[in-house]
Design a protein around this ligand. Structure first.
Ligand SMILES: Nc1ncnc2c1ncn2[C@@H]1O[C@H](COP(=O)(O)OP(=O)(O)OP(=O)(O)O)[C@@H](O)[C@H]1O
Ligand SMILES: [Mg+2]
Length: 431
């Protein structure tokens, strides 16, 4: 017979191994570092201009950042900061290289969600974030998944649970309860309204004293920040159920949305959520805060099956919220009933040469029509091989693998990103 103590012992053994693997896979400083990008990549793949035009511009204006020159060759290598400076300062045919961004509007929020495990959510979230940053956007990622794949991939491995979505939710519970209590005692009927009590143990955690910025961590990419997750945040689902019991009127699903509402409109351009493979308190927060629902799905029949039940269960959960909080919900930037400005299905791990995959893609299109994104993300060894800490194809130096494999992988993610970018523009038009 085995009890929780045996499980805890097994976990302790596993944690030791985990520590060892981390030491082996991280650079000596134990920090993920972003590589430089070659002038070929910067001109043709990032700015979409001719390489010789780019070289000409750099030669003509010595005040522009010139990158680092390879010891043996002509190729120059640019940091992300240098790329962003070039983007701000260079014009090509009098056209700016800055990506379109309406002023006075807030960041567009996209949730990458599906309760199918391994559908490619974290891979898609990571690649969209990196592609957007290379396109000149400022990105905030929110990791809602205690598996913390996205946080680890972005180099954050030592995160305390206070600084995760759980911290945001617990802080929100305290603040919302205080707000409701104040409202109740100020009302004409006064003491007739019940006062909700938050146990001292929750207040004593000091979460209410955390500032907004405390939850946001920087990453190896200077224009990508993240609200990270960690394995310890796995108890959020239990804790949230308990918190709801303490204050049944607490709109638990809107905690993260309220948190994001307090960001300045121009702090970020895009906010990307990576969701856990489950419908629960965390994913409901992600979904509620999102303008856009991005649903990745693999090309197999079972994946189609579970994507279908995912949208069914999500529909039910959202309907329950609408009824349960009808009329009592304080309006923020999101409202009830929850309405998305866009819903898209993105096929992942797709092999164009595989007849079955093509048939499934057609089936998706037949059923979901224009909600299916035109460009599936292809199955690629570039991502498979990136190791324990997912690295995006953008992070991997193309000299480390067959150039053709890298180019194909990058082209596939680029196409997926450019469709995403189009969807984002439509949401901005709509906001
Ligand atoms: N396009 C791709 N080509 C090759 N491998 C891929 C691709 N997309 C995802 N994978 C691999 O599939 C596995 C699952 O991907 P990922 O972690 O992104 O899924 P997920 O939906 O986030 O999983 P979970 O539900 O556990 O959070 C990973 O090992 C990843 O490397
Ligand atoms: Mg994941």
């Amino acid at each position: 017979m085995y009890t929780h103590e045996d499980l805890a012992r097994l976990q302790a053994q596993s944690l030791k191994m985990q520590g060892w693997i981390r030491q082996q896979t991280f650079s000596p400083e134990n920090a993920k570092r972003l590589r430089r990008f070659s002038s070929w990549e910067v001109s043709e793949l990032i700015f979409g201009i001719n390489q010789s035009t780019f070289r000409g511009r750099l030669a003509a204006d010595p005040s522009l950042p010139g990158g680092e020159v390879e010891p043996d060759g002509r190729q120059r290598w640019f940091s992300l900061e240098e790329i962003n400076e070039l983007r701000r300062r260079m014009k090509i045919n009098r056209k700016s290289l800055m990506p379109p961004r309406p002023s006075g509007k807030r960041a567009v929020r996209a949730a990458v969600a599906n309760f199918k495990g391994g559908a490619g959510k974290s891979t898609v979230a990571l690649h969209l974030a990196h592609a957007a940053a290379l396109d000149g956007y400022r990105v905030l990622c929110v990791d809602f998944d205690p598996q913390a794949t996205l946080s680890h991939s972005m180099g954050l491995t030592d995160v305390a649970e206070d600084y995760t979505v759980w911290g945001i939710m617990a802080r929100d519970l305290i603040r919302e309860t205080d707000r409701m209590n104040a409202g109740a005692s100020a009302a004409a009927s006064g003491s007739a309204l019940p006062q909700r009590r938050i146990p001292q143990s929750i207040r004593d955690m000091g979460l209410d004293d955390l500032r907004h910025a405390d939850f946001i961590k920087s990453t190896a990419w200077s224009t990508i920040d993240i609200v990270p997750s960690c394995a310890n945040a796995a108890f959020v689902e239990f804790a949230s159920a308990q918190y709801r019991h303490l204050n049944p009127e607490w709109s638990f699903f809107a905690a993260v949305s309220r948190y994001l509402d307090d960001l300045a409109d121009d702090d970020y351009d895009l906010i990307i959520f990576d969701c856990p493979p489950a419908i629960g308190y965390q994913s409901m927060n992600a979904v509620f805060a999102a303008d856009m629902l991005y649903i990745p799905s693999g090309p197999g029949y079972w994946e189609y099956d579970s994507t279908t039940s995912f949208i069914g269960q999500l529909a039910e959960a959202l309907e329950d919220l609408s009824h349960g909080f009808d009329g009592t919900f304080p309006a923020g930037k999101m409202e009830l009933p929850k309405a998305f400005r866009d819903i898209r299905f993105l096929m992942t791990r797709y092999e164009p040469g595989n007849e079955l995959h093509r048939a499934m893609f057609e089936a998706f299109q037949k059923v979901f029509g224009p909600h299916v994104l035109e460009h599936p993300v292809e199955m690629t060894r570039a991502v498979e091989q990136s190791g324990r800490f997912l690295s995006s194809v953008y992070e991997i130096d193309y000299r480390e693998m067959t150039r053709e494999t890298w180019r194909r992988a990058r082209a596939s993610f680029d196409r997926a990103y450019s469709e995403f970018r189009g969807c984002v523009q439509c949401v901005w038009d709509d906001l």
